[in-house]
Design a protein around this ligand. Structure first.
Ligand code: URA
Length: 426
């Protein structure tokens, strides 16, 4: 087959800060998926995009080309509207777990096609796999049937959705080209648009534990994704939320399931409840339902949806969750207020304890992670527990404690933290 373009010309155009044409973008994504554009050529192009950016038309076209590289889902046969949430990822971010059944308890379909964790942020599927019997892989027919009956599905995204992104994301991971707004936004939005949801709420994290370390960068990422979503006809809203400290008090797979169940039972930490409720409010509003979602957390309906969702995927929601073989607790060495609790460092510690993986094929420990006894702004006395570390392999404690150096501070002044929600972009 004679190829329409030469990858070298396309790389040169972007290297010299030129604009890529629609045809060039369509060709390069398709040819890369077919293996005609070599990995080293796509690496060079990704780096040129990382350094020189893409304009809104290029980003939109790049996203469309990635959607067209694979199949798209079709939920139009369902009797309910569909709504979906995507988080850019953070430490202790278990929100999908209580959120999907909460929104489904109002009669809306919530397809959450999720992934596994790599690096310091945990994967939703790894968390749910801590539940005895639970199964992540569903066929398209099973997904549709469960959306109709239960309303909520959290399962593995099939390999057919945006395969170009799958290849490109793996390449970006090993070429230091992940943190680029055009590449992140097109990567996330191609998968979400291919999923075919009617509306999408984005949770864009800001702070040390997130891709975007400051509010200005996060706003730009959020606006770029909202524009891509709207251009594709998906009703899209973004919340910017704080990821400078971990979300909630439990980080790790089974530990995060445990905390999610506390929220579904009407309790749980205030920040996890606030974010779950506000994202649910946005998702429901996007489908025309105006309610206070706290109601279904308090009256047990969200818990009923959770149990039905877990059972539909062969899990036992009433079975005890796995715990780690060993624990070690870190204590406060002075009186005061926790004035710093760095999300990234706590995330690294949890990862080193075995909750996350360094390579795709590594297993994760269900019981590993960190529990936070004294969160940001809370008073402690010398000798009070601050953090408990959980792992099955004792030697991991040393590595985790190294990661925690400088992670927390105790002082006399409490930092102000009123809300996890920093801004809304629509
Ligand atoms: N998540 C994605 O799916 N893609 C990115 O590029 C970054 C985060």
């Amino acid at each position: 087959m004679t190829e329409k373009f030469d990858a070298v010309d396309i790389i040169r155009t972007k290297r010299d800060r030129g604009e890529l044409s629609v045809d060039q973008i369509n060709w390069v994504i398709d040819a890369y998926t077919r293996g005609v554009v070599a990995e080293e050529q796509m690496s060079a192009l990704a780096m040129a995009i990382f350094l020189n950016g893409m304009n809104p038309d290029e980003i939109s076209q790049w996203t469309t080309a990635m959607i067209n590289s694979g199949e798209t889902m079709d939920f139009s046969s369902l009797s309910k509207p569909t709504t979906d949430k995507h988080s850019t990822g953070g430490v202790g971010d278990k929100i999908t777990l209580p959120l999907a059944p909460l929104v489904a308890s109002y009669g809306v379909a919530v397809p959450q096609l999720s992934g596994r964790g790599l690096g310091h942020t945990g994967g939703t599927l790894d968390k749910l796999e801590a539940i005895p019997g639970w199964r992540a892989n569903l066929s398209n027919e099973e997904i549709l049937a469960q959306l109709e009956s239960v309303g909520a599905v959290i399962c593995a995204a099939g390999s057919g959705l945006a395969p170009a992104d799958k290849k490109l994301y793996a390449l970006r991971d090993i070429t230091s080209t992940v943190e680029s707004i055009p590449l992140i936004s097109s990567s996330i939005m191609s998968k979400k648009i291919a999923e075919g949801t009617d509306s999408l709420i984005l949770d864009v994290k800001v702070g040390s534990g997130a891709f975007m370390k400051d509010l200005q960068q996060a706003r730009q990422l959020a606006s770029t994704m909202v524009a891509i979503g709207k251009a594709a006809g998906t009703n899209t809203v973004a919340l910017l939320t704080d990821m400078s400290v971990p979300l909630g008090r439990k980080i790790g797979n089974a530990l995060e399931v445990e905390e999610s169940v506390e929220v579904l039972a009407g309790g749980g930490p205030a920040d996890v409840v606030e974010l779950t409720v506000e994202l649910a409010r946005e998702m429901l509003l996007a489908t025309g339902i105006e309610v206070d979602p706290r109601e279904n957390l308090e009256n047990g309906r969200a818990m009923d949806s959770w149990k039905a969702m877990i059972r539909a995927q062969d899990g036992d929601p009433d079975a005890p969750l796995p715990t780690s073989k060993h624990t070690e607790t870190i204590y406060a060495d002075e009186d005061g207020v926790v004035s710093e609790l760095d999300a990234l460092k706590v995330g690294y510690a949890s990862w080193k304890l075995g909750a996350g993986r360094a390579r795709k094929e590594d297993p994760v420990q269900a019981g590993a992670g960190v529990t936070i006894h004294a969160h940001i702004g809370e008073a402690v006395k010398a000798g009070d527990p601050l953090l408990t570390l959980h792992t099955d392999d004792e030697p991991r404690f040393e590595k985790a404690k190294e990661s925690l150096e400088g992670a927390y501070a105790i002082s006399t002044v409490a930092p102000a933290r009123e809300s996890v929600i920093l801004d809304r972009i629509s």
